[in-house]
Design a protein around this ligand. Structure first.
Ligand code: FE
Length: 342
């Protein structure tokens, strides 16, 4: 982009700039390695480009592919920012040396400490809660805690994702932190004994199982349900009134939270642009997109949430430090394997 075209773009977007005071205007490019798989993220990227003149080159893939690619590229990697979902994956990227610490007053002020890596290698930009949904017609006493999923009264009722899924690994890692490894292993064994079917499909498939009657109780991230409230999701939206939900552990640890987040790549050729992009993701406008576009909870306190998300109600989140959950990832996988969780 030439200076002349940049100036024209900036004039045209004066309003957008005023809405984003913390984003520095800079020229150039940003190479974004992203595994966020949501169409609605388009607005996030185009608004950033409009406000800053920085062009985003998106390299998309699943998180593990992107991590492998960054490892192979080494010091020559063009990656500036790595964006993904789940604490466990962010921690893995950090442990592999693929992310560098970012010192940013904006990020420190906007993103709560418990949603950041303790070495500032990654930051959470949106949150989702992993909660329990149930068939209101079939289940009179739904489980009120994660622990209760292992209760024999739910034998043959529980639908949940496989042990290879990071959402599953992440909640087990959180339970290890709260309950200890041995009780968590007993819990996992009890949940396996209550399976309605071998783990299969994504979160929406767990909700579909409630509608079809195959499952009595299911675990899913909040945004899959909120999405089915906001727009038509096959096999869920038509019977959404059949589905009840419980934010678990409201009298103890709170409902399990996970994040979508990212950090600056270790060898970022456009480091300043990378930091500007992360700071933009923490702006009110970007935070609102996470809620209105993908039914997530903003990471920044005080940012309003969309109607579909608000329908779920107010709850007590688990505010355990995500760094400690990340440290338990390996042990969580071992426990799942030992419990015979497919
Ligand atoms: Fe998801």
């Amino acid at each position: 982009m030439t200076n002349a075209t940049l100036r024209i773009t900036l004039l045209a977007t004066a309003t957008a700039l005023m809405a984003l005071p913390q984003v520095a205007v800079a020229e150039g490019e940003l190479n974004l390695y992203s595994s966020r798989h949501y169409d609605t993220d388009e607005r996030l990227y185009s608004d950033f480009t409009e406000a800053t003149g920085i062009t985003i080159n998106r390299i998309e893939g699943n998180a593990d592919e992107l991590i492998t690619r960054m490892q192979a590229e080494g010091a020559n990697s063009p990656a500036d920012v790595f964006l993904t979902v789940d604490t466990v994956r962010l921690a893995r990227a950090a442990e592999l040396g693929l992310l560098q610490p970012t010192e940013s007053g904006v990020l420190e002020a906007r993103i709560p400490a418990y949603l950041q890596d303790d070495q500032n290698r990654w930051f959470g930009f949106s949150q989702r809660s992993r909660i329990l949904f149930y068939d209101k017609e079939a289940v009179e006493n739904p489980p009120m805690t994660y622990e209760a999923l292992a209760d024999p009264q739910y034998k043959g009722m529980v639908c949940i994702r496989s042990s290879t899924n990071v959402y599953t690994q992440n909640i087990v890692a959180a339970l290890i932190e709260h309950l200890g490894a041995e009780p968590t292993k007993e819990w996992a064994t009890g949940v396996v004994a209550n399976f309605a079917r071998a783990p299969q499909g994504g979160d929406t498939d767990q909700l579909r199982g409630l509608v079809s009657g195959e499952c009595g109780v299911a675990m899913s991230n909040t945004y899959y349900f909120a999405r089915a409230v906001r727009k038509s999701v096959d096999g869920v939206s038509d019977s959404i009134d059949k589905i009840g939900w419980v934010f678990p552990n409201q009298n103890s640890i709170g409902a399990h939270m996970n994040i979508s987040g990212g950090g600056v790549a270790a060898h970022a050729p456009n480091r300043e642009n990378a930091v500007a992009f992360l700071e933009y993701l923490a702006s009110d406008q970007a935070q609102q997109y996470f809620s209105s576009g993908n039914d997530e909870y903003p990471a920044v306190p005080g940012v309003g949430i969309s109607e579909s998300v608000a329908k779920l109600g107010i709850f007590r989140p688990d505010t355990i430090d995500l760094s400690s959950i990340a440290a338990n990832a390996g042990e969580a996988q071992a426990i799942l394997n030992e419990a015979g969780w497919e």
